[in-house]
Design a protein around this ligand. Structure first.
Ligand code: AMP
Ligand code: MG
Length: 419
């Protein structure tokens, strides 16, 4: 029996706001230390500070000659070469101060000596013995990064709540930080429902369907920084469904798929209602994924200070499951993973062929972005609706169509969400 008491079908924006609002109230408290080499994708539990200025000395960014720029007001000019500085040169070998009329041969990454205020690229020079002829003028500061210009000692290099990527890990390495202090991954339970669903090692009967959602969700949860906890398939039968939902509510977050539409055997909402769940919405005006459900239930997950475990009832159609995870559930996984909140990211691309749809829903339709540089364009993947995994596997983005648009002409710039 569908649940009539919760008719809260929200616009996409309101539904998203509801998720963001709840996500802002959860936090991950458990932390661990991991070696920097395996910290990719982990979320920092402690900001990383600069242990010294970056760069720690005025750094030459070119091979050439450190000079006083004023000496090159008129070129060609000839200067005395008083030494050579390579990267890593020890301090006692570096001239303390160079005077007007002098130059020092210098390599990329080497410290620029006092008195010099620019580095002339070697390409504009010709050295003969102890003299160098320079054919180009230069502005003060050129080809030198002053010490501390990138970061000052003690300043925050990578903030707590940042998910570590290659650049953040390089920064941590620069500051000599390994191991790093990160949040533990939240446990995200996956409960797939449906009498027709079988495990992938079973031989499906003629009307049975293999459980693909379990696999796509496991990937999406890991991508979002969570640890999937895969529960057995729940039948469309209230008692067994209830037992498994209760099991799932022991995790930090529960994701269910299937059983949230209006069919006679869509029992997920009914069971959650029996468990005294609080619902934030029971539908969103989107396609795919309209029946998506979001709420909170039970005594509370270990990582949360407030009571109740958050859950999503994601529609069972595989593309709906994938899309609603990205639009809604991901934000909650990220929050439970300790990540600082962020908005969904969209970009724009030129539409290759026109689109006609019925108005009323915000659509996220599988599409292919192709073409390089100025020729970049996007078009819908022909599909059989939200059960068509094959079409979605060919897609590399979703075209976003607002609810008031029925017709979009080719050549128009449309918002897309990368996948
Ligand atoms: P439901 O949301 O339960 O009405 O299911 C909608 C459609 O998605 C039906 O065609 C189901 O067979 C299919 N479906 C539901 N769960 C899964 C699953 N775990 N894996 C693959 N297909 C599913
Ligand atoms: Mg079902």
């Amino acid at each position: 029996m569908p649940v009539a008491q919760f008719p809260a079908v929200l616009s996409f924006e309101d539904a998203r706001r509801a998720v963001e609002q709840q996500a802002s109230q959860v936090r991950q408290l458990k932390t661990e230390s991991v070696d920097l080499l395996v910290a990719s994708g982990r979320v920092l539990a402690e900001s990383i500070l600069a242990d010294r200025d970056l760069p720690p000395f005025p750094r030459a960014t070119r091979d050439g000659y450190a000079v006083c720029a004023a000496d090159l007001a008129h070129v060609p000019a000839t200067l005395d070469v008083i030494g050579e500085i390579k990267a890593g040169e020890s301090l006692e070998n570096i001239p303390k101060l160079i005077q007007s009329g002098q130059a020092v041969s210098i390599m990329t990454g080497a410290p620029v000596p006092g008195g010099a205020d620019a580095v002339v690229m070697v390409e504009y020079t010709a050295q003969q013995g102890e003299r160098v002829e320079i054919t180009r003028s230069i502005k003060p500061g050129e080809n030198i990064v002053p010490s501390g210009a990138e970061a000052q000692q003690g300043s925050v290099l990578v903030e707590r709540g940042v998910r570590l990527n290659d650049a953040a890990i390089a920064l941590a390495a620069t500051a000599g930080q390994s191991p790093v202090h990160v949040y533990k991954r939240p446990q995200v339970a996956v409960l797939t429902t449906g009498d027709e669903i079988v495990t992938i090692d079973a031989t499906p009967g003629p009307t049975q369907i293999r459980n693909s959602n379990r696999y796509s969700l496991a990937v999406q949860i890991r991508n979002a920084g969570g640890e999937p906890v895969l529960l057995p398939i729940a039948p469309d039968e209230p008692r067994k469904l209830r037992t498994l939902i209760e099991e799932g509510l022991k995790s930090d977050l529960l994701l269910m798929t299937g059983g949230v539409s209006m069919g006679r055997y869509d029992l997920v909402e009914q069971v959650l209602e029996e468990l005294k769940a609080e619902f934030f919405f029971t539908g969103a005006k989107i396609q795919p994924g309209r029946p998506v459900v979001f709420g909170k239930c039970g005594a509370g997950a270990p990582a949360q200070e407030n009571t109740g475990t958050y859950f999503f009832g994601l529609p069972g159609n595989p593309v709906s499951t994938m899309v609603t995870f990205e639009l809604f559930a991901r934000a909650m996984v990220e929050a439970l993973a300790g990540m600082s909140p962020r908005k969904l990211q969209f970009t724009y691309s030129k539409l290759k062929s026109e689109i006609r749809v019925k108005p009323g829903l915000k659509r996220f339709l599988p599409a292919i972005l192709s073409g390089e540089f100025e020729a970049s364009q996007v078009e819908l993947v022909p599909w059989q609706g939200s059960g068509d995994i094959a079409a979605t596997a060919r897609a590399n983005c979703y075209i976003v169509i607002p609810p008031d648009r029925e017709f979009i002409t080719s050549g128009e710039f449309v918002p897309i969400m990368l996948r």
